[in-house]
Design a protein. Structure first.
Length: 256
C-alpha cells in the first residue's frame, strides 16, 4: 500500500528535450513514465482544436497572428524552431490514449468545440478539464453529457480560500485544485488548505514547479501532484521522498 499517492504531471509535456506542447515533448514525458500530461486548448478559424498555450504565435514562431485567425491547414504547415508541428488535439489524445490528459480550455469557443468533440466521441475517457475562466468551465460542466472531473476556475479558487478562512462548509463542482504555490506574493499552500481539501476529497496539484527544493518541500507537505517543465528533475526528487513508493502513479479515472 502506498504511503502517499503522488502524481507527477508533465506541464505542456515538459520542455527538457523538445519544445513545449509538441508530440516530441509528450513522447519524452511518456517514455520517462509520466501518465498525466497537461496541455492547453486553442481553436483554429475553421474549428479544429490544437494543443497550444498562446493565443498568438509571436512567441513561438515570430509571427504576430492569432490562432483563431488561421485555418487548420495553415497551422499544420507551421514549424516551431523549424522542426516541431503544433499538434492537433484529437491526434495527440489518440496517440497517448492510455494517459490522463489535463486539458485547459483557453477560451469559450475552444470549450464549445471540446464539448462537441467529447459528446460525439465517447472513446475519450481519461480527461480532467479546466479553465481559468468561470464562464468557460461552467459551460463545459453544463453541456457535457458525461461527468468528466474538472479543476477549479480562478474565481472558484478565491471562493474556496474564503471558505477556509471563514470555516464554511460548501459543496464544490470541481474535484482538482490546481494552483501555483503563491499568487502575487500571497502564499496559497498551507497545511490548513491541504487538510481542508483532503476532508472534502479535493486533490491538490501545484504548478509550475521547476526547482528541486520547492518540489521536495511540496511533496513533504503531501500535495497530490506537481506540474513541471523539468520532468527528470521531478522524478529524481519524488523517488527520494519518504512518502513516495518509487513508482509513477497514474491517477486512473475511467469515464463510462
Amino acid at each position: 500500500m502506498y504511503k502517499h499517492v503522488f502524481t507527477p504531471i508533465a506541464h505542456r509535456g515538459g520542455s527538457e528535450m523538445a519544445f513545449e506542447n509538441t508530440y516530441e515533448a509528450f513522447a519524452d514525458a511518456y517514455k520517462l513514465g509520466y501518465r498525466w500530461l497537461e496541455t492547453d486548448v486553442q481553436i483554429s478559424k475553421d474549428g479544429v482544436l490544437y494543443a497550444i498555450h498562446d493565443p498568438n504565435l509571436k512567441r513561438l514562431v515570430g509571427i504576430n497572428v492569432y490562432v483563431h485567425d488561421l485555418n487548420s491547414e495553415d497551422l499544420d504547415r507551421i514549424l516551431i524552431n523549424r522542426k516541431y508541428n503544433i499538434p492537433r488535439l484529437e491526434l495527440l489524445i489518440r496517440k497517448f490514449h492510455d494517459v490522463t490528459f489535463n486539458l485547459d480550455a483557453k477560451n469559450i469557443n475552444a470549450a464549445k468545440a471540446l464539448v462537441t468533440l467529447l459528446n460525439r466521441d465517447r472513446s475519450y475517457k481519461n480527461l480532467c478539464l479546466g479553465s481559468f475562466s468561470n464562464k468557460t468551465i461552467n459551460y463545459m460542466r453544463k453541456y457535457l453529457k458525461r461527468d468528466f472531473p474538472t479543476s477549479f476556475s480562478q474565481w472558484e479558487v478565491f471562493s474556496l480560500l474564503l471558505d477556509i478562512k471563514l470555516n464554511r462548509e460548501t459543496r464544490y463542482d470541481a474535484s482538482y485544485l490546481q494552483i501555483p504555490k503563491s499568487y502575487f506574493g500571497f502564499k496559497l499552500i498551507s497545511k490548513n488548505l491541504l487538510d481542508f481539501c483532503k476532508k472534502n476529497e479535493i486533490k491538490v496539484h501545484i504548478w509550475t514547479v521547476n526547482e528541486s527544493e520547492v518540489m521536495k518541500d511540496l511533496i513533504d507537505m503531501r500535495v497530490d501532484g506537481i506540474m513541471t517543465d523539468n520532468c527528470r528533475m521531478l522524478l529524481d526528487v519524488a523517488n527520494t521522498s519518504r512518502f513516495f513508493d518509487k513508482k509513477i502513479i497514474l491517477d486512473p479515472f475511467l469515464i463510462a
